[in-house]
Write a protein that binds this ligand. Structure first.
Ligand code: HEM
Ligand code: HEM
Length: 501
């Protein structure tokens, strides 16, 4: 019988192609297993995918920009279409970014897509990192993936900074000047590190080409190598974690197969992320460099701010008093060194958190089932303290704007943030921990007494009691009834194994 349906030809073609590939590479077995691989379904697992897809948008839009951007600090006289800057001397980098924005067809849109994608990218990474943190998904066996993720986070921050610096306008130059100042004030190595970056004295002519190579080759190359290992290979090999629900346990995962369900969903999700980024780039202006003019070492740019994700470093610098100490003829700029140390200590604690928690709790067990934040009250409190610390530094980067808009004294604002930096994390830790403990106790009460029905009955003896009904199985699983019971049983049985700590 001849199958004359229109899709029959396509199917036969695909089967033919699959056979041809299998006879050459022997991939059929793997492909079949891969297609059946199960992915758990939960909205919070999409945060990592948003990061993944905005990275793809960055790569695509970045390639377009390289076609027109000139990474050169050679001086040219502007004669483009933007009248207010005509006749002004500027670097080729700035002139070419103006050209992309104002003359290349679709150039402004792609530049804005690139910039918005960078903003969304880092926001998604942070949200994803917080979900991994608060659910304890970093515990054994995923500590390595946490470290890989942290490396990706740092690389994203570095690339955001180098990208922001490329157009060589007044704003990017001010940011660069600040970072170079910080690098140069490092004891012993500062001057050499500065020369290495600049290829001579500030501003030199090598900085933009060097940042360019970092921005389009070195850092994206490293990320391209690490992202698949982090987001695909390791979750595949170690299996994805899941929340306590349904059939998911430490040994099994409940979810949809990779093909066709997950693939269709994730492809649609990529289009959604790309679409939202393009929409943002269409309606919301970002970094209108033509308004700022070219960078000049003598110009002062007031009110300049970095992209949101680097603001915490700027805030740390703003909060520290400008203390200088001279030791054996060398000036130590504590105003810069202390904020650098604080930011480095914060980032190091973040990177090493899985190992710190393991040490403190003694929990060496393998975990595939996630915690709810309330299950680990101390960890959740520590996370809230970290957010408060970061948040204060971040907000302090806008101390001048806050002072101006709210008609406050700049000194009062700065002192407020200095105090908040010490008090905020302590309060956040104590309050969050207590809230978590309270919620956990409520869960335990529910498991012990059952669900209230509102029906009061009178006992033959005369007393009144409320009738309760058993907690539904799904809720018992979610609240961790099993874990609580095994822990209690083990604790009560002197011969039993020790309960998980
Ligand atoms: C470029 C940045 C990043 C991308 C593209 C990315 C992407 C992903 C994706 C797609 C997954 C699997 C799905 C999911 O759980 O969301 C994942 C898992 C994971 N990520 Fe990331 N991530 C990034 C950064 C980070 C950071 C900064 C951390 C933490 C410091 C981190 C820690 C983890 C861990 C521990 C897992 C395994 C979680 C599990 O199995 O439940 N990632 N990542
Ligand atoms: C982690 C990935 C990346 C991040 C976070 C990032 C971020 C940025 C940012 C914030 C800018 C300034 C945009 C502006 O002018 O307003 C920029 C510029 C630029 N980026 Fe990227 N980028 C990334 C990857 C790439 C890649 C992979 C390429 C090329 C293959 C690229 C090429 C460029 C070029 C040529 C510019 C200068 C032109 C311009 O400023 O419009 N970027 N990048």
């Amino acid at each position: 019988m001849i199958d004359d349906r229109p899709e029959a030809g396509a199917m036969a073609g695909m089967t033919g192609a699959a056979n041809a590939l299998d006879t050459r590479l022997g991939v059929a077995g793997f492909a079949r297993r891969a297609a059946r691989k199960v992915f758990p379904d939960h909205w919070s697992f999409l945060l990592g995918e948003i990061a993944l897809y905005s990275f793809a948008v960055l790569l695509l839009s970045g390639v377009f920009l390289t076609l027109f951007f000139k990474p050169s600090m050679a001086e040219v006289v502007y004669d483009g279409s933007y009248a207010p800057l005509r006749g002004i001397e500027m670097s080729e980098a700035y002139a070419s970014t103006l050209h992309i924005s104002l003359e290349v067809r679709g150039g402004l849109l792609v530049r804005q897509i690139h910039h918005w994608a960078a903003i969304v990218f880092v926001a998604a990474i942070m949200a994803h990192m917080l979900r991994v943190f608060f659910t304890g998904a970093f515990r054994k066996p995923r500590e390595l993936n946490w470290l890989l993720g942290f490396t990706l986070f740092t690389l994203a921050l570095v690339n955001g900074f180098t990208g922001y610096s490329l157009p060589d306008d007044l704003l990017s130059g001010t940011g660069l000047r600040l970072v170079l100042g910080a690098v140069q004030s490092l004891p012993l190595v500062g001057s050499y590190a500065g020369f290495l970056l600049l290829g001579g004295e500030f501003p030199g002519t090598d900085l933009v080409p060097r940042l360019y190579i970092l921005h389009v080759l070195v850092v994206p190359g490293l990320m391209l190598a690490l992202v698949p290992v982090h987001a695909i290979v390791l979750p595949w090999v170690q299996k994805h974690t899941d929340h306590r629900r349904g059939l998911s346990t430490e040994k099994t995962v409940e979810g949809k197969p990779f093909y066709p369900v997950f693939m269709a969903k994730t492809a649609a999700f990529f289009l959604f992320v790309a679409g939202v980024t393009a929409l943002l780039a269409t309606i919301a202006q970002v970094n209108p460099i033509w308004l700022y003019g070219p960078y000049s070492p003598t110009a002062i740019s007031a009110g300049s701010q970095p992209d949101w994700y680097l603001a915490f470093g700027d805030g740390a610098l703003r909060l520290m008093p400008g203390w200088d100490v001279t030791v054996a003829g060398h000036t130590l700029a504590f105003g810069v060194i202390v904020p650098l140390l604080v930011v480095t200590a914060f980032m190091t604690a973040l990177a090493l958190y899985p190992f710190i928690e393991r040490r403190l709790t003694g929990d060496r067990a393998v975990h595939h089932v996630l915690d709810r934040p309330r299950d680990a009250a101390t960890r959740t409190g520590a996370g809230a303290a970290g957010i408060a610390f970061y948040g204060v530094l971040w907000a302090a980067a806008g101390n001048d704007i806050i002072a101006e808009r709210f008609h406050l004294s700049l000194f009062a604002t700065t002192w407020f943030f200095r105090a908040a930096l010490f008090v905020g994390p302590v309060v956040a830790f104590a309050v969050t921990r207590r809230v978590c403990l309270g919620l956990r106790r409520r869960d335990m009460l529910l498991l012990k007494h059952g669900v209230e029905t509102g029906i009061i009955v009178r006992r033959p003896s005369g007393g009144y009691v409320e009738r309760t009904r058993p907690v539904p199985e799904e809720t018992r699983i979610r609240l961790g009834a099993l874990e609580l019971e095994t822990a209690r049983e083990a604790a009560e049985d002197p011969q039993g194994i020790a309960g998980p700590r």
